[in-house]
Design a protein around this ligand. Structure first.
Ligand SMILES: Cc1cc2nc3c(=O)[nH]c(=O)nc-3n(C[C@H](O)[C@H](O)[C@H](O)COP(=O)(O)OP(=O)(O)OC[C@H]3O[C@@H](n4cnc5c(N)ncnc54)[C@H](O)[C@@H]3O)c2cc1C
Length: 397
């Protein structure tokens, strides 16, 4: 086993950390009010090559593998307790991977040069009001026409709607093409949002407020043939590859946000005195620190191992089921362990921990979203159970 990163990966970590500490950390909490990521940060990320870094250099990307993308996610999560920039990053890295691998040359030539420069946003739209964990209940329809396809339906709880609708770009989207085939009749495609027939709506989330969450109705939207991603009716299988990439990044983001919060907590408990003693001397506090630190370090290792397995599978050196299991195991406890650690850090800070000035409460609200986003923690348990017992043990089949 070789647990070391390459020299190039260490350099990437260093440059992202330097950028994140210098540019992101000082403005992070302001995004809670402005509700957007400042454009100079977006442009700075583009210069570093970390917007959709999975896109190939032929289309303006840098072609990072999954482990290198994980390093970037870890560093961004340390610097931004609002979680907005990590989310902005993880979505475009993950769905950039899918578009890069399965998209057509015409679509990639149109989308990637703009996305990687930070001018457009690339998101994912599978969820609907009646279809989240159960993608088979999707109601949106895609119908082939002479020129391409026509799409009708509605998507809900989608990240980056405002970014794509106002600035440009679109979402990797799933719809039913052959409804009688269920999940075997679903097609994946690129759906631009700045087109006639798209009407956005927005929701007011608890956290990660620098990036929007919303939905959109899709009313007779015509798209060209080259927006197809992969093959018709194979979307259900392809979409899971993007979800796995995203879940691996989310796992490291949870670990990193939790560990950063523990650092804040350590600084506090070393200096805050109660009953004449720094509270960090009390075992009731110290033992919790040790437990959270151990769990989050395990989580970080699991996330890297899972993404390493992802990279191996891309080279034909690991099996698909090994990736699904490793990634689901990493995400399964990610949100709960990170939120539990952050919650204790808030507790240690007494009443200040309950104020909006405390960055940890902000991190808690951001991390909490990962109990659902890109696949709920219950769905992660279903995947691990399925991979251990076999598909015939999925209870609702
Ligand atoms: C902040 C945020 C951003 C998001 N961004 C996006 C996005 O960009 N694109 C996108 O497509 N979606 C996005 N989502 C949606 C997310 O993917 C869904 O919330 C998730 O898949 C769960 O779907 P649901 O909310 O419809 O819950 P449901 O599927 O209705 O599930 C309800 C609850 O039941 C549980 N449950 C379901 N089945 C079982 C079972 N068999 N056993 C035990 N428990 C079960 C679920 O885990 C959940 O807790 C986002 C969500 C959030 C919170």
């Amino acid at each position: 086993m070789d647990y070391t990163f390459t020299e190039e990966q260490e350099m990437i970590r260093q440059s992202v950390r330097e950028f994140a500490e210098r540019k992101i950390a000082p403005i992070a909490l302001k995004m809670e009010e402005t509700k957007e990521i400042p454009m100079d940060i977006v442009k700075g990320m583009a210069e570093l090559g970390i917007i959709a870094p999975t896109a190939s250099p032929d289309y303006g990307g840098v072609g990072f593998d999954a482990v290198t993308c994980t390093i970037v996610a870890e560093e961004l999560a340390r610097a931004d307790p609002t979680g907005s920039i990590p989310v902005f990053y993880l979505i475009q890295a993950s769905w950039g991977h899918v578009l890069n691998k399965y998209g057509t040359h015409e679509c990639k030539s149109e989308v990637f040069p703009r996305v990687t420069k930070g001018d457009w946003f690339l998101g994912i739209a599978t969820t609907e009001s009646d279809a989240g964990s159960d993608l088979g209940s999707t109601r949106t329809r895609i119908t082939p026409t002479e020129k391409g396809y026509v799409v009708n339906g509605e998507k809900m709880y989608i990240s980056g709607v405002r970014e794509a609708y106002n600035r440009g770009g679109g979402h990797v989207t799933i719809a039913k093409q052959t409804p009688e085939l269920g999940t075997r009749g679903m097609t994946l495609f690129y759906l631009p949002l700045q087109v006639k027939g798209i009407t956005p709506t927005y929701v007011d989330d608890l956290g990660r407020e620098g990036i929007s969450t919303g939905g959109f109705t899709i009313d007779n939207v015509e798209i060209p043939k080259h927006y197809l991603i992969g093959e018709e009716n194979k979307g259900f299988y392809i979409v899971h590859e993007g979800y796995e990439f995203a879940r691996g990044l989310i796992s490291v983001i949870c670990a990193s946000a939790g560990l950063k919060s523990l650092e804040n907590g350590m600084n506090y408990i070393k200096q805050r005195k109660c009953f004449g003693t720094p509270i960090g001397k009390f075992e009731g506090i110290q033992f919790k620190l040790a437990e959270h630190y151990t769990k989050l370090s395990m989580l970080k290792d699991m996330a890297y191992k899972a993404m390493h397995t992802f990279d191996l599978e891309q080279k034909g050196k690991a099996k698909r089921f090994e990736v699904s299991k490793a990634i689901a195991m990493a995400k399964l406890f990610a949100q709960e362990w990170a939120c539990a650690a952050i919650d204790d850090v808030m507790q240690w800070q007494g009443a200040f921990g309950y104020t909006k000035e405390c960055p940890d409460q902000c991190a808690w609200r951001a991390v909490r979203s990962f109990g659902w986003a890109e696949g709920s923690k219950e769905v992660m348990r279903i995947i691990v159970g399925r991979e251990l017992l076999g598909r015939e043990f999925i209870p609702y089949r």
